[in-house]
Design a protein around this ligand. Structure first.
Ligand code: GDP
Ligand code: K
Ligand code: MG
Length: 269
């Protein structure tokens, strides 16, 4: 038995609870995340290879609600060994937005590609091997409701001691790259979290990250404001947030083009 602590993360309604139940035994410790009324659920993996930590379903790390601030706070301050990111195969584009933010963090991660039956019914064909190659992390297709693929996912999680992976490094263009460099000089060391990730999260308006970086917040704010002004002046984007979203959208679209095929009668991608 090892002591893996696996953080289960994904968008709302993607089958997180179904997968949690498929991977853990009947016993789950339930409490609240400290300071908030958001439920915290931790289950023992069936194969006893570690604990699965259920986190609130979110679309992005930037908190709009208590639920979302729990996740950033967890990623920055709690100890865990790897991430299990559940992704809805029938809503791949929307789901990959969170995945990109997790890949930028550089922690070991496995993707459970859920709702494969729904995707198929909608004429969406996903080449999970290709998707895995594009994202450079394991991608296991599953149907959490029936348990299909969950054994394979379980084996994949349990397979080896996880090492840090190279954080995904998107190019946010000269203005933001220069900004990120300046910010990194001001950001203090924090639990081995990449300073680049903290800078990007700060720039996209993650208020939990701003709270975390309180000590240098006033200086960071000036740099971030300057970047936002320059992006607007040079007509790169409407705002920093829009620019970051654009860069990620392009990256995600390329990945979808390379790994997905949609039949003519499909309703959506
Ligand atoms: P959560 O909100 O992310 O915790 O998702 P749930 O586990 O509650 O699942 C939301 C709904 O999707 C439930 O009705 C599940 O039965 C259903 N569901 C979960 N996984 C699958 C799947 O792979 N295929 C299908 N068709 N339905 C699923
Ligand atoms: K639900
Ligand atoms: Mg749930």
């Amino acid at each position: 038995m090892n002591t893996s602590q696996i953080a289960l993360l994904g968008n709302p309604n993607t089958g997180k609870t179904s997968l949690f139940n498929a991977l853990t035994g009947s016993y789950a410790y339930v409490g609240n995340w400290s300071g908030v009324t958001v439920e915290k659920k931790i289950g023992e993996m069936r194969n006893k290879q570690g604990k699965l930590i259920d986190l609130p379903g979110i679309y992005t790390l930037s908190p709009l609600s208590q639920d979302e601030s729990v996740v950033t706070n967890f990623l920055v301050n709690e100890s865990f060994t790897e991430i299990l990111n559940i992704v809805d195969a029938s809503q791949l584009k929307r789901n990959l937005n969170l995945t990109v933010q997790l890949l930028e963090l550089g922690r070991p991660i496995t993707i459970g590609l859920n709702m494969m039956d729904v995707a198929r019914q909608r004429g969406i064909h996903i080449d999970s091997n290709q998707l895995s190659k594009e994202l450079k992390v394991p991608v296991i297709p599953i149907i959490a409701r029936t348990g299909q693929g969950c054994e394979r996912l379980n084996n994949c999680i349990a397979s080896e001691e996880k090492e840090m992976i190279d954080p995904l490094r998107l190019d946010y263009g000269p203005i933001l790259e220069e900004t990120i460099k300046k910010m990194k000089d001001l950001i203090p060391e924090c639990n081995g979290i990449p300073k680049r990730w903290m800078a990007i999260q700060y720039l996209e308006g993650n208020s939990e990250m701003m709270k975390q970086l309180e000590s240098s917040d006033s200086e960071l704010k000036i740099i971030a404001k300057e970047a936002d002004r320059t992006l607007k002046e040079e007509k790169v984007a409407k705002s920093t947030q829009h620019h970051i979203a654009d860069v990620r959208d392009k990256f995600i679209q390329n990945i979808i083009d390379a790994s997905c095929e949609v039949k003519i009668h499909a309703k959506e991608t």
